[in-house]
Design a protein around this ligand. Structure first.
Ligand code: SPV
Ligand code: MG
Length: 537
């Protein structure tokens, strides 16, 4: 049912109905969730929530914007407190059109002069509108509504302005004849006498709406007995909000700690719920491309490094600085840029020297007696899902990591097909790859598989040099961890193995290790000369 129709029915129902004030999307939602069948878009509360006076200081379009949020977040009808209609008959016509566009069910206009002042501020000094002029405004509003169920509640301020009973009655009758759907009779007395006197004489000619802000102590039953149609709790969500905000601010100012009160507060998850996060997630599932979890990286950095003289007395080679940051930071940055933000570094030698805060750490306490696989075992938790294993002293360009994350195979290694000639390196992890690479053939057209990685392969027999990266799919990660566990359980000293030994074992056991070829774009920090190469990298 339309919101307009629901509101019209509330007015017509013989029951005493209640609506409650709200002043923004959040409070409107809270009011609806409490069970109210309608919402009062209070001029006082909406302006106060903006921090301005209830004197039409907020423009009517600013009020409209607030209403848009309120209506969007709720399914119950909203009766706008439209003050005087923000001008003459023509402003009223335009207002009603705009309210209908925003799914507002009804408007209440009061017989004062624009710009108005809140009824509880010097009410007697406030001039009332000319009756005929006000009736014209009611008619204009009704005629402007496309939906015949859009209601106009005509509010008289006759009691507020001190004009008394006869004037109130005369005005309400005129407003009824002008086409109002209900009358709102406002009173600033602490008792409801004016209201009850009016009700007696009015004799149910049109539904009557009241705002018992000042005569709050009157039992609700009396309103029911008097035949009132609708009660508006006009400012109580705002007022209780003010109390809560004041208490909280004062508490925090005084205690400088959340510890004792955090549990009493609505959680941030409750905020997310009120914001409708569940609905977002439903659509996200439907429309957002499914990206697999970004994956994790494990960088081995346990060894001291042998070719750096006394530079490594205080720190391992991965923590030697180039361009004001350690080698490890250069390595990590490529992994993060390449798409892996969850990086675990395995330390061994001088773990206290590791100062990077953007990574997690695992520590291989037996680093001196074990090998790379021993280090890897300390970071087993990180070898799950998609992941990449690398070294803290091997710096690669981010695209190499990106490509590795796109690899289709379960286990993939990166091999540089260059034949390094720059120096006599103590040991090079040569890779033999099948099939042999044909230079004229684009790399992407061939599925290359690793046959073996071994520093004893003669350079001329090698297909290239292993870059020191192993990419694992979710299944590949499982295979790797299971293989290590099985080897350890069978008594093999797998802890002492190098990563190439493990890869060779996997190949011998029938696993397929795919190869991604690269050329240059990486650097392995083996000695002091490499440090200056990294500077230029
Ligand atoms: C409002 O809530 O803004 C009202 C009711 O108009 S009163 O403040 O009592 O005038
Ligand atoms: Mg108001």
């Amino acid at each position: 049912m339309k919101k307009t129709t629901r509101f019209k029915q509330m007015l017509a129902s013989p029951e005493l109905e209640f609506i409650c004030e709200a002043h923004n999307g959040l409070s409107a939602k809270i009011v609806e969730e409490a069970g109210f069948k309608g919402i009062w878009g209070s001029g006082l509360s909406i302006s106060a929530a903006m921090g301005v006076r209830d004197n039409n200081e907020a423009s009517w379009t600013q009020v409209l914007e607030v209403l848009e949020f309120m209506a969007e977040q709720t399914s119950v009808p909203i009766l706008l407190d439209a003050d005087t209609g923000y001008g003459n008959f023509n402003n009223m016509r335009r207002l009603v059109q705009k309210l209908e566009q925003r799914d507002i069910a009804a408007a209440c206009i009061e017989d004062k002069i624009f710009p108005k002042t809140n009824s509880f501020i010097k009410g007697e000094a406030q001039p009332l509108a000319d009756i005929d002029e006000f009736c014209g405004k009611i008619k204009a509003g009704k005629d402007a509504a496309k939906d015949s169920d859009f209601c106009i509640v005509a509010r008289t301020e006759a009691f507020i302005a001190g004009w008394g009973f006869d004037e109130a009655l005369k005005r309400c009758e005129a407003y009824r004849l002008a086409g109002a759907d209900a009358v709102l009779v406002h009173s600033k007395l602490g008792v409801a006498d004016e209201i009850f006197a009016f009700m007696k004489e009015w004799d149910n000619r049109l539904p009557v709406v009241i705002v018992p802000t000042k005569y709050y102590a009157t039992p609700t039953e009396k309103f029911r007995e008097a035949g009132i149609s609708l009660v508006i709790w006009a400012n109580h969500i705002l007022r209780s909000g003010i109390r809560a905000m004041k208490d909280m601010a004062a508490y925090l100012m005084q205690h400088q700690s959340l510890a004792a009160i955090e549990k009493e507060l609505p959680t941030v998850e409750e905020i997310f719920r009120l914001q409708g996060m569940q609905e977002y997630e439903r659509w996200e599932k439907l429309y957002l491309p499914k990206t697999s979890a970004p994956g994790k990286a494990v960088l081995l950095a346990a060894s001291k490094g042998t070719n750096f003289g006394n530079l490594t007395d205080e720190r391992p080679k991965a923590m030697l600085e180039v361009e004001g940051k350690p080698v490890l930071a250069h390595a990590v940055s490529a992994f993060k840029t390449g798409g892996l933000r969850d990086v675990t570094v395995v330390t061994g030698y001088k773990p206290e020297a590791f100062s990077l805060t953007s990574v997690k750490y695992a520590h291989n306490a037996e680093w001196e007696a074990t090998g790379e696989v021993g280090s890897l075992m300390t970071a087993k938790k990180a070898i799950e899902g998609k992941c990449v294993i690398g070294y803290g002293d091997v710096v690669v360009r981010p695209f190499i990591v990106e490509n590795l994350l796109r690899a289709k195979g379960e286990i993939t290694v990166v091999v540089d097909y260059k034949q390094p000639s720059k120096k006599n390196r103590s040991s090079v992890d040569w890779a033999r790859v099948s099939p042999a690479r044909v230079e004229s053939q684009p790399l992407k057209d061939v599925d290359y598989s690793l046959v073996r990685i071994d520093d004893r392969i003669a350079p001329e027999e090698a297909s290239g040099e292993w870059v020191g990266l192993v990419g694992l799919s979710e299944a590949g990660a499982k295979t790797l961890v299971q293989t290590i566990d099985q080897l350890a359980a069978s008594g093999a000293e797998v802890k002492k193995w190098t990563l190439p030994q493990l890869l060779n074992h996997l190949i011998e056991s029938g696993a397929k290790v795919e190869v991604q070829y690269v050329h240059d774009n990486w650097i392995d920090i083996d000695d002091i000369a490499d440090l200056s190469d990294l500077y230029k990298f």
